[in-house]
Design a protein around this ligand. Sequence first.
Ligand code: J9Q
Length: 246
Amino acid sequence: MTFDIVTIFPAMIEPSLAEGIVGRAIARGLLDVRVHDLRDFTTDRHRVVDDVPYGGGPGMVLKPEPIFRALDAIEASRGGPLTVVLTSPQGTRLTQGEARRLSGLEHIVLLCGRYEGVDERVRTRVSEEISIGDYVLSGGELPAVVILDAVARLVPGVVGDERSVTEDSFSRGLLDFPQYTRPAELGACRVPNVLLSGDHAGIRRWRKREAVTRTLDRRPELLNGATLDDEEQEILRELVAERNKS
Ligand code: J9Q
């Protein structure tokens, strides 16, 4: 899968492409990611990418022409029509389902917005606008890295052990169960006996109970969209009945 990222701060993005699962996938040729400095598409001596808003007000707005030139250059090298994703607080929220849908595309252009905004005419070239959550950020660079990571993980081969993808909490709709590693005893804090027991059916049941309990405690709204197996549904009914008693 191919990504082109258009930004005024390439240095906010480039280091993350060298690390971790995404870094490895790029090194192995499973992902092709290019970062484009918007300033390279200016034509003036000072490489100006933003300007004051018409009508007044604080902050600067990203100018349309450098963005259009950048998209034209990407289209010329990769072929069109482009899928252009603008990162913006006005976008639809990124969910695991949205990441899954985007992972089915061959090529995505991630256009990093700025907090103060992008000239509205840029939206004539934008296919969709995505937000990663309701909080104020200075720009769309970190959201672009988040979108890239979430989408790239779903490209076959990017994550080494495919079980990490199919069993991850947002694919199943339940939060993860508690994980432990050695040592079995850390001061007074012991790893639950069942995990050391070798009783695989017992371990599976314990993990399901923990996952359902945690979800009910911390993110009950997730249970609406969750696909629970018979055993998990039974556990949920038990837990809810117990809580209604006390
Ligand atoms: C560009 N706050 O915030 C959440 N998702 C995207 C954003 C964002 C922002 C400012 C500029 C994107």
